[in-house]
Design a binder for this molecule. Structure first.
Ligand code: SAH
Length: 414
């Protein structure tokens, strides 16, 4: 068991977020530090009068100097604590079982999930700040985003082996966020057998090739699973010419093709990703001569299509994160507006637009306003059919609004 080695005394009035169970303590909120905590140590968070509020792990190098593990300062932060939190996260994934059944879901036995790849641990939102674990069949991919987690990763690996008996655990801690914690990127096998260079995951009845060693994130955009299913619902794509922009390995394209699209044109700046997109079409027996794969900058390709007068019946826009900090929000908003405007200009009357933003700093409300602005400029009436968000294996914690990052609109552009 570890004990706190210091107490962080908050400035007057800065304890409110802690009472509201927000897990982050910013450097600006700390009045003084009692003790000399080493990087990653446990610390007690106390209010101005010294009353203990929570237990957290510490990193002086980060803007977020402490991340709260428990609001019960009597709770020991021992192996049992970490095991319970992991188990709680694992239990939560039962919520993903196909819900349309009259049978009661058994509490203990295995439930059948619509996929064999999903996020098992979603960091702060699962009470495990800084820790992401994605499951790909028998393999786990672990991402340690903070020093506090990095320091404990051997213990966490052992607990994951105990709880899940995976064939292998790969660490993919090559995320930018680690730089802010003073950490270098790490990609290393932590346990068992290395995952194959290419594995095949099943999602809603489709197969996808994934490279968990080098692919984006941990290999696949698991958070878009439900939105792919929404876009792939039969009425939207049947007989349509579909443009899938920011396609990556073509997952939306596969759903669109299976739903009867007459052609799927996929655009991404990464040529290797598009090669896999094409192979994914073949793998699902959906490849057609009318499909196209265009490696290039999305903005340029869309402008080129506009100049050419090329039109589509449906456009999917799933760009990377545009806003990485507060200062980038305005620029990001302009980027989203341009993209959506271009997409609307390419859409035939009564076309379908599925548009997304994964910038946590751009709220769902702001995103909708941006799309509205694009519609006004494009002189199109736009009906929202569905508001979309991240899949349930990426839960949003109410007390931590930052965990809601993915938003989307499925619209009809009249
Ligand atoms: N829709 C995908 C995920 C898209 S992630 C899925 O469901 O799997 C964003 C993608 O945008 C990445 O594949 C990245 O290579 C691509 N990208 C980033 N900047 C780009 C640009 N300027 N033009 C085209 N593609 C870009």
């Amino acid at each position: 068991m570890e004990n706190p080695t210091a107490t962080l005394i908050l400035k007057p009035g800065r304890d409110k977020p802690v009472h509201n169970r927000h897990p982050w303590i910013f450097s600006g909120a700390i009045g003084r530090v009692q003790g000399q905590p080493a990087p990653g140590d446990l610390v007690t968070i106390a209010d101005q009068k010294g009353a203990p509020l929570a237990t957290a792990y510490y990193n002086a190098k980060s803007q977020i100097q402490a991340r709260i593990l428990s609001w019960d300062t009597d709770q020991p932060i021992d192996e049992r604590f970490w095991r319970d939190r992991l188990q709680q996260a694992i239990n939560g994934r039962r919520a993903m079982a196909n819900p349309v059944t009259r049978d009661k879901t058994p509490e203990t036995s295995e439930v059948s999930l619509p996929t064999d790849a999903y996020r098992l641990v979603n960091a702060e939102a699962d009470g495990l700040p800084g820790l992401v674990i994605d499951r790909y069949g028998d393999y786990l991919v672990m991402q340690c985003q903070t020093l506090g987690i990095d320091r404990r990763k051997a213990m966490l690996t052992a607990l994951l082996v105990e709880l899940l008996q995976p064939a292998g655990i790969l660490e993919r801690s090559d995320v930018d966020a680690r730089g802010k914690e003073g950490l270098k990127p790490v990609v290393e096998l932590r346990y068992g057998a290395p995952p194959p260079a290419e594995l095949t995951l099943r999602e809603n009845g489709f197969s996808f090739l994934v490279d968990v060693h080098h692919g984006h994130k941990t290999g696949f955009y698991l958070d878009q699973r439900d939105n792919r299913a929404a876009v792939g619902r039969p009425p939207y794509m049947a007989g349509q010419e579909v443009l899938n922009v920011f396609a990556y390995t073509g997952a939306f394209g596969v759903y669109a093709a299976a739903a009867g699209a007459s052609a799927v044109v996929q655009v991404d700046s990464s040529a290797p990703a598009l090669q896999i997109a094409e192979r994914n079409m073949h793998l699902n027996r959906l490849e057609r001569p009318s499909n196209e794969y265009i490696a290039g900058d999305a903005f340029e390709v869309l402008r080129y299509f506009r100049e050419e007068g090329r039109q589509f019946d449906a456009v999917i826009l799933d760009p990377p994160k545009f806003a990485h900090n507060q200062g980038q929000i305005d620029r990001a908003a302009r980027g989203y507006k341009d993209l959506n405007w271009l997409a609307m200009r390419l859409l035939r009357p009564e076309g379908v637009l599925a548009t997304f933003s994964c910038s946590g700093l751009v709220s769902a409300d702001l995103f909708q306003k941006i799309v509205f602005g694009a519609a006004v400029d494009a002189r199109r009436d736009v009906q929202i059919w569905h508001h979309l968000g991240q899949a349930a294996d990426h839960p949003v914690l109410l007390s931590f609004p930052e965990s809601a990052y993915l938003k989307g609109l499925l619209c009809r552009v009249i």
